[in-house]
Design a protein around this ligand. Structure first.
Ligand SMILES: NC(=O)c1ccc[n+]([C@@H]2O[C@H](COP(=O)([O-])OP(=O)(O)OC[C@H]3O[C@@H](n4cnc5c(N)ncnc54)[C@H](OP(=O)(O)O)[C@@H]3O)[C@@H](O)[C@H]2O)c1
Length: 338
């Protein structure tokens, strides 16, 4: 028996488009292995507005249309109309992050849960600013609030705890979570100036047009905060993460370190304190080459968990945007099969 779910997607940029592409590519597998089919009945972005069609949009045509525009006449007034007209069973939130407030993504997810849909987010803002409230709302409505793709893309870091590792104590973690910084540091080691290394990171599609979010450590701090809140039950605020970016490192410093057999990396850390709190930081660290994190290049990210029963490292090798899309798809299966 195959059950068809109506999907509503907020945000039709890199992640939103890749998600639709992956859902099309895996449609047959979803049907045969999971008994799941889907229709895209809601699509929204700043430029498209709120578009809904209960019959389902032609997803392939949307990917080909300039600007990804649905049929005229499918536009509705706002979020509430959009959710009800699309009769969404699942909302996917893939709009741009607002690191100060997490909005309007929090409103999108809350409205979806209140309307009886599962809420799935690639956006880290709602995890940092509204994790407990959204989790409680989801539980009260018997729906799922999932956000696996928000940190380390498709790697199931959030699903590991407690699902894969019941009754384990997570004492802390450290890792590399920002691709742009890693690419820039590697390119400086290879001879480029800081500015040219940033340009290179932009050319290969790792850094955004405004890379300051990455270079000042904000992106990594947001990820550390999300991980600490969810995995360590921390009441950590983004502003409490001790944060230094890589802007003040010169190419000379980076190359001198390399010549001495060491490497600068932007290291993220979180640790439980004896008083029961969590201390978190993001900053450049000089690592010896014997440190596994020192060996990671380019967009590769990694996390090392300090557990009471063993140590655990996860490396995500050079992920592309399809890795993020996969995180959304995996959450979709988890939500409807829960
Ligand atoms: N790229 C990655 O590899 C990656 C990995 C993990 C998580 N994420 C997260 O995934 C989300 C999407 O990333 P992306 O790379 O796809 O960004 P993007 O290419 O800039 O796309 C963002 C989309 O969100 C829409 N949008 C922005 N603000 C909106 C609002 N207030 N209301 C409705 N729509 C709005 C934009 O509309 P317009 O097109 O009209 O501007 C655009 O369609 C972000 O939260 C990001 O942090 C990304």
């Amino acid at each position: 028996l195959i059950r068809t779910y109506n999907l509503a997607l907020a945000g039709f940029g890199n992640v939103g488009k890749e998600f639709v592409r992956l859902m099309l590519a895996k449609r047959q597998l979803l049907r045969t292995q999971y008994g799941i089919d889907w229709k895209l009945t809601g699509l929204a972005s700043r430029t498209l507005g709120w578009c809904a069609d209960p019959a389902g949009f032609d997803a392939s045509a949307l990917l080909e249309a300039p600007g990804g525009s649905p049929q005229p006449g499918t536009r509705v007034a706002g979020l509430q109309d959009w959710l009800s007209k699309s009769q969404a069973s699942v909302l996917f939130e893939a709009t741009s992050i607002n690191r100060e407030t997490g909005q309007p993504a929090i409103d999108h997810l809350r409205a979806a849960l209140e309307a009886g849909a599962h809420a799935i987010s690639a956006n880290k803002g709602p995890v940092v600013h509204a994790y407990h409230a959204l989790r409680e709302l989801a539980a009260a409505r018997g729906r799922q609030f999932l956000f696996e793709s928000a940190v380390m893309d498709g790697v199931p870091v959030f699903s590991l705890f407690p699902g894969g590792l019941p009754a384990v104590e997570l004492r802390g973690f450290r890792g590399l979570l920002n691709s742009t910084s890693n690419v820039v540091l590697t390119e400086m080691e290879n001879g480029l100036s800081f500015d040219d290394a940033v340009k290179k990171a932009q050319q290969i599609g790792v850094a955004e047009t405004d890379p300051s979010n990455d270079l000042e450590g904000w992106d990594a701090a947001v990820k550390v905060t999300a991980l600490a809140i969810v995995l360590m039950d921390a009441t950590l605020k983004l502003g409490e993460v001790e944060r230094t970016g890589i802007r003040n490192l010169t190419a000379e410093q980076v190359r001198a370190a390399r010549a001495e057999g060491k490497r600068y990396k932007l290291v993220c850390r979180a640790r439980k304190t004896p008083a029961g709190g969590v201390l978190a930081s993001v900053g450049p660290e000089l690592l010896p080459l014997s440190d596994p994190l020192a060996l990671l290049e380019g967009a590769t990210s990694a996390l090392q968990f300090d557990l009471d029963v063993f140590g655990l490292s996860i490396i995500e090798h050079k992920p592309g945007v399809v890795a993020t899309a996969y995180g959304l798809l995996a959450d979709f299966i988890r939500a409807v099969k829960a």
